[in-house]
Design a protein around this ligand. Structure first.
Ligand SMILES: *Cc1c(COP(=O)(O)O)cnc(C)c1O
Length: 450
């Protein structure tokens, strides 16, 4: 007899209809008849109007979190990391609420600029920025460029000279800290592609080279440890190491670098028992690590920046799917298939991302059923919710909603199995607005040229 292996954290929930506030956007609740509502709009109405799957984005929730970060980190520059989820309305909200913006591709830069985002508040990232990308950034007058390699340093000097501008740059330092997160999103141990290695001395060489380059204005250092990091221990180590480079630079060149960006990576809860650090804890920690290192090393404290992505946008978005098949495999679990999957949320396949799901089209009084929510793709890794309990009466035609899909879902969406990408519908005060329309089969066919 087969028995299913369940993760130890998976306990039977007291209420299968609950919407834990830690996971759901602020406006999520159930209407009197049990239907999930977000932003004052019913999931069944949204599904009828916009189809499924659909990303539903609580605009007020996102605004509130941006405003919270702006307040809690009032002595920092707060760059929203656009790779978590970027479209023009998101860029405009960030601009309006006083945030800066981190872009890491020409596409992200073009979206930001086309939204009217102030270029001087944009920072450009990337380990392989093209000449076209850098030249476009220079032409628009982006505020900062974070240099990632010696090749880029040379290219940027040439392009700046050609353009007759003197960009402000930071040097990305690989501080050699292995943050406790999934391997694909740990970005500051020695053996990965980002930044100049502190261990080999490349970081100090790069800082000195940028300082001597007349074409560039070196303003500081940058580190980014990775993503979905729960605690602050790795930040403490990283801050210390970055400040040591600043101290060495001060000794050798007599110049105190005025800026340090500590990157992003702050975790959110995907499951109800997750306990990420709060914004206030993060701010207090980063301030204290910086104050202490600078005091010990005899440095002026720098202007600090952070680059939060997931933590600003993750909880604002949910995905609503329709159940297409329910397959009970006796003794194991029930596979509930929805009409999306790894094309709209690749995080379970890519990073072992964990999610929960609830019935959205009704409240159920049935008992718990050990379930795995899977997609429609021809790949056994096509999982949306790996382990959860759904009501035992979950059936074909039900709507199922997955919370905490605001970050790294639409931005990583793909066309696997020639699947059109779902729309993003923003909801607020009973109004729905399409921020990104659904891709169509005509869009896909339009790529075919032969
Ligand atoms: C991805 C990334 C971020 C944002 O990471 P989150 O985990 O979404 O906060 C910030 N800075 C850089 C350089 C990044 O690559």
């Amino acid at each position: 007899m087969l028995t299913s292996t369940q993760p130890e954290w998976l306990t039977e929930p007291a209420d299968l209809n609950a919407l834990p506030p830690r996971l759901w956007p602020a406006s999520a609740e159930r209407a009197a008849d049990g239907v999930l509502t977000v932003g004052g709009l019913r999931a069944d109405d949204l599904a009828a109007e916009f189809g499924t799957p659909v990303y539903v984005f609580d605009e007020a929730d996102f605004r509130a979190r941006c405003a919270e970060f702006r307040t809690v980190f009032d002595d920092f520059d707060v760059y929203y990391a656009g790779k978590a989820f970027l479209c023009r309305p998101v860029a405009r909200i960030c601009a309006e609420l006083g945030l800066h913006l981190d872009v890491c591709s020409l596409g992200e830069l073009l979206i930001a600029v086309s939204a009217g985002f102030p270029a001087e508040r944009i920072v450009m990232h990337g380990n392989n920025k093209s000449a076209a990308e850098l030249a476009t950034g220079l032409r628009h007058g982006v505020g900062r460029i974070v240099v990632d390699s010696f090749d880029e340093l040379g290219l940027l000097r040439e392009l700046a000279a050609e353009a007759g501008v003197r960009p402000q740059v930071l040097i990305r330092v690989n501080v050699g800290v292995h943050a406790d997160t999934h391997a694909n999103i740990a970005t500051a141990h020695d053996d990965q592609k980002f930044g100049f290695s502190l261990r080999t001395g490349d970081a100090s060489t790069a800082v000195a080279t940028a300082h001597k380059a007349d074409e560039l204005e070196l303003v500081g250092l940058h580190m980014h440890l990775g993503s979905q990091i729960f605690g602050l221990d790795s930040f403490e180590v990283g801050v210390r190491r970055v400040m040591e480079i600043r101290a060495r630079f001060l000794r050798e060149h007599g110049v105190s670098l005025p800026e340090v960006s500590l990157g992003g990576g702050f975790a959110i809860a995907y499951l109800d028992h997750h306990r990420p650090s709060t914004p206030a804890e993060i701010a207090a920690g980063l301030r204290e690590f910086t104050r202490r290192s600078c005091a010990e090393l005899g440095l002026e404290p720098p202007r600090l920046a952070i680059e939060p992505g997931r933590v600003l946008v993750g909880r604002s978005g949910i995905t609503v799917y329709r159940v297409g098949t329910v397959k009970d495999v006796a003794g194991l679990r029930t596979f509930v298939s929805v009409d999306g999957g790894m094309s709209d949320n690749i995080r379970p396949a890519l990073y072992d991302g964990l999610y929960t799901g609830v019935l959205a089209s009704r409240r159920s009084t049935a008992g718990p059923m050990l379930s795995r929510v899977v997609g429609l793709h021809c790949d056994a890794g096509d999982v949306v919710v790996r382990d959860d309990h759904l009501p035992a009466d979950t059936r074909v035609g039900d709507l199922l909603a997955v919370p905490s899909t605001g970050a790294y879902c639409r931005s990583l969406a793909n066309n696997f199995n020639q699947t059109p990408r779902p729309p993003v519908v923003a909801v607020r005060d009973g109004q729905a607005r399409v921020w990104l329309r659904r891709e169509t089969y005509d869009d896909l066919l339009a790529l075919e040229v032969e």
